[in-house]
Design a protein around this ligand. Structure first.
Ligand SMILES: *[C@@H]1O[C@H](CO)[C@@H](O)[C@H](O)[C@H]1NC(C)=O
Ligand SMILES: *[C@@H]1O[C@H](CO)[C@@H](O)[C@H](O)[C@H]1NC(C)=O
Ligand SMILES: *[C@@H]1O[C@H](CO)[C@@H](O)[C@H](O)[C@H]1NC(C)=O
Ligand SMILES: *[C@@H]1O[C@H](CO)[C@@H](O)[C@H](O)[C@H]1NC(C)=O
Ligand SMILES: *[C@@H]1O[C@H](CO)[C@@H](O)[C@H](O)[C@H]1NC(C)=O
Length: 400
């Protein structure tokens, strides 16, 4: 009944907006496509390490820069993101998306924030200041790039306060004191939730995990038997993989665990990822009762996006002579000297930090199919209603 009402509402609003439904679908796919490409470029450059990225927060920060960019700097951002931020419908789409994703009323807490650290004394365009104030938890901060260590400390403090507190590596800026007007763009995302069906602490035990290099480690591995959505797929070149969906409390967000078959490497699956593939997986999973084994893991990734955005065609904004941010400041010479991204996730039995595990040997014979993440896997957190990819990452070594 509810879904019928929703369908009618959606059809009705498409009718009213005359064709904007196509645009909506197109934006949805473009956005996910950007998310996946970003992950793929990062995965290539960070060889074989655990990693996590929150594409939603990266595209929010690039969207903000797009407001202030002009000329070729703007065009590069438009080409990479796939949309023009000056289109009101695009703004509405992105803003609604942001509100849906950060809505904590159903359980998961998603904190997303973006800040531009700008050289103190730079005159900023009032238009840009206003856009920032209205844009998805964004803020402008003044700093003095002639004092790089203080700037680094300010950025570290801001990142820490936006990723659930706790310890944080201090950020190392490769900024040199320079008379040019620099901007550091920083984006963060933090997620906290309980599982819909908790794993029991007493069922966690040390089990083997085989790395890509062929080493076998013993890692704390959570276990439960549950009804989950599960499917087996293969890539165009016939590499096998299986996908299990583990919902978080409220079922608005799920973790999809993508496990290659034993003979398939993670990179073969990574290069196969696309917005369409993810949608196909999410739609074709079948509900079944399974024994689930998943290692506990904790990943915090800092990325210098300067190393990866050029691979997506975004170069001019990092170049002091090419960057055009006249929409941020008419003083000219503004360029992006740092683009820092931080994402953090901790996966435990219930969502809080796990206590010392007791090893209970679980040896029972049953006919229940098994999903056992005992080798490198990819995971992504997907918002069910919108299909948004909140996080995407991989675990190559859960004990790191
Ligand atoms: C990744 O590491 C492996 C071995 O450690 C090496 O053979 C390969 O060339 C590396 N790839 C990249 C892109 O650095
Ligand atoms: C958050 O979600 C709840 C329940 O789905 C809804 O009632 C509420 O309006 C939403 N809030 C925002 C700010 O979208
Ligand atoms: C917005 O940012 C503030 C701090 O900068 C943070 O406390 C808050 O949770 C964020 N809100 C959302 C919805 O992410
Ligand atoms: C930035 O720091 C330098 C070196 O400490 C100082 O000379 C300059 O006045 C500072 N600029 C601003 C705007 O505070
Ligand atoms: C700034 O930090 C660098 C590296 O952490 C250190 O070598 C240097 O002495 C620091 N400079 C100042 C002025 O504190």
């Amino acid at each position: 009944m509810l879904s019928l009402v929703l369908t009618v509402l959606i059809l009705y609003s498409c009718f009213l907006n005359n064709g904007s439904c196509d645009l909506y679908d197109e934006l949805k796919e473009l956005k996910t496509e950007f998310d996946i490409k970003l992950y793929q470029r990062l995965a290539e450059s960070e060889n074989r390490t655990n990693l996590i990225v929150a594409p939603a927060s990266v595209s929010i920060s690039l969207g903000l820069l797009q407001f202030g960019a002009q000329g070729n700097t703007f065009t590069q951002l438009e080409n990479a993101l796939g949309y023009n931020i000056h289109d009101q419908r695009v703004q509405d789409f992105l803003y609604t998306r942001y509100e849906e994703v950060t809505n904590s009323s159903q359980g998961p807490v998603v904190q997303l924030a973006c800040a531009l650290f700008v050289q103190a004394g730079t005159h900023l365009s009032p238009d840009f200041i206003e856009h920032t104030a209205l844009w998805a938890n964004s803020s402008l901060r003044k700093t003095n790039f002639s004092e790089p260590n203080r700037t680094a400390a300010q950025i570290t403090e801001w990142v820490t306060s936006n990723t659930g507190g706790g310890e944080a590596d201090s950020i190392c800026l490769d900024t040199v004191a320079s008379p040019l007007n620099q901007v550091a763009v920083v984006s963060t995302m933090y997620f906290k939730s309980l599982w819909q069906k908790k794993f029991s602490f007493t069922d966690t035990q040390s089990l083997p995990f085989t790395t890509a290099e062929g080493f076998t480690l013993k890692v704390p591995t959570m276990y439960h038997m549950a009804e989950v959505n599960y499917g087996q797929f293969h890539t165009a070149s016939q590499e096998q993989l299986s996908v299990a969906e583990l919902p978080y409390l409220g079922a608005t967000v799920s973790m999809f665990v993508v496990l290659p078959s034993e003979r398939t490497s993670l990179s073969q699956i990574e290069s196969h990822l696309s917005a369409k593939i993810i949608t196909v997986w999410a739609k074709s999973l079948k509900r079944m009762k399974m024994d689930i084994f998943l290692p506990r893991f904790r990943i915090q990734s800092y990325f210098d996006l300067k190393m990866v955005l050029p691979a997506l065609g975004i170069t001019d904004m990092f170049d002091p002579t090419e960057a055009d941010f006249k929409g941020i400041s008419d003083q000219g010479s503004l360029y992006i000297s740092e683009a820092i991204h931080n994402a953090k996730i901790e996966v435990t039995e219930e969502g809080t930090k796990a206590s010392g595990a007791t090893a209970m040997v679980l040896l029972k014979r049953s006919r229940t199919p098994i999903f056992k993440a005992d080798r490198p896997f990819i995971f992504f957190l997907r918002h069910a209603n919108t299909g948004s990819v909140l996080f995407i990452g991989r675990v190559t070594n859960p004990s790191e």
